[in-house]
Design a protein around this ligand. Sequence first.
Ligand SMILES: *Cc1c(COP(=O)(O)O)cnc(C)c1O
Length: 411
Amino acid sequence: MTGIQTQHFALAHFPVQNGCLEIGGIPLTRLVQRVGRTPFYAYDRKKITERIQLLRRSLPEDIHIHYAMKANPMPAVVQHLAGLVDGIDVASAGEMRIALDTTMPAEHISFAGPGKTEHELSSAIAAGIVLNIESERELMLIARLADRLGIRPNIAIRINPDFELKSSGMKMGGGPKQFGIDAELAPGLLAQIGRLDLNFIGFHIFSGSQNLKVEAIQETQEKTFQLGLKLAEYAPSPVRMLNIGGGFGIPYFPGEKALDIKVIGQNLKDLLPSVKQQLPQARVVIELGRYIVAEAGIYVCRIIERKQSRGKIFLITDGGLHHHLAATGNFGQVIRKNYPVLIGNKAHNTPKETVSVVGPLCTPLDLLAEQMEMAQAEENDFVVVLQSGAYGLTASPTAFLGHPEPLEILV
Ligand SMILES: *Cc1c(COP(=O)(O)O)cnc(C)c1O
């Protein structure tokens, strides 16, 4: 084990054969030949399946697992997951179309996100999916559209809780937010819903993302249940769905460790019986994006040039910020840290050196690894960025500088 392997938790995720990383059982060099060009993203089907199996084993049996598909909306990935999870959460009409192409029944697809347009809402009503209402404007618009379409829509209220998920990479609830209805305003809105011809099914309470602190997640789950139970007293009909969010993180950076999902599962097993007793008709939903797909994906690019400048080595690749914004530290990170990056065709025991890996863009932000120790690499070797299955391609500015888009494969 080198220093890097012990620092970056994720470097042991994929098997290595003859010094070459394998994904989906295929050596990386062979996979590059098959894809035909670099850069590309590759997602490992088996790893995604195993992640769902881990969740099923660890969480209470009667918890419904939803996939929040903005983490990775590649149609083949969503198709694969549709057969494994209990529902899909979408955040746009575009994502809704991909979800509706799968075998997932419409009533298990839900649509959240601020600023839904009239067009998006009327498609969603016609599709029969669950609409998570984020404002009074949306409620009134949905009621009008439903009347015009002659369809009684399934609606839930997205709540902006009066607490936040502590130590989250991204906070999405607590304080003033563009997301959801402020918890204290929910009783008024529920009364309004009772006077409209809408099929109220429950609540969606989502507080944050990329959390690696078990205690913070447990505390939030507890508060979320309490809030859900309190709001249920004002509901116009029995609560049939309580979506408690997710926020499970994965280790990206040196020193971070995987979440102990068993402990979180036990906490839910302790909390759930009393919730079930008070809301006997409610299915409890947990929605996860990153946790399901992030560790199953890699990003692969080719070294175009090995360059020295004033004593430092730069590996200049054909991939970078335009394909993988997050790995360059420009997607929500406060302090830039290195993702787990390695030379995928020299993954074993070769002499190491300290290098920076950069992309072809004319900006110093285009930095995939800064002064990181990795195998001595040559031109045409392959740089692999691990932990790249979530918020990769679709969270990146692919048009910036006009280079070709990367491919995506599921193996
Ligand atoms: C983005 C999002 C998620 C997924 O978050 P992850 O951190 O990827 O698990 C879940 N629910 C909602 C409402 C979201 O906006």
